[in-house]
Ligand binder design. Structure first.
Ligand SMILES: [Zn+2]
Length: 97
């Protein structure tokens, strides 16, 4: 799985508000197949939920996909990941294994 480093996330091209928000989202890994990995991302404040996929066969930045509006209006055009995708990166970077 292609993950950004914490430095890339925090000092990179992403909106500071997205990074801040990503830090308080709850990430659950749902399942993994040969072609993709699925995560559920929940905002504990609003209760909103989004599904994030890592697609092994796609090229960056479109190897990471989210079903939120930001993704369709921003990420597809300029590669700026939404808070949900950034939350998955942060969660995976912190996994002990
Ligand atoms: Zn999203």
């Amino acid at each position: 799985m292609r993950l950004l480093s914490k430095d890339e996330i925090k000092k990179g091209k992403f909106m500071p508000t997205s990074v801040k928000r990503a830090e308080r989202l709850i990430v659950n890994k749902e399942y993994e197949t040969r072609r993709h990995v699925a995560f559920q991302v929940t905002d504990p404040k609003s209760g909103s939920e989004h599904v994030v996929y890592y697609k092994r066969e796609k090229e960056p930045p479109l190897d990471w996909v989210c079903d939120c509006e930001w993704y369709t209006t921003q990420t597809i055009h300029n590669g700026k990941y939404c808070a949900h995708i950034l939350a998955v990166h942060l969660a995976e970077l912190d996994r002990p294994d």
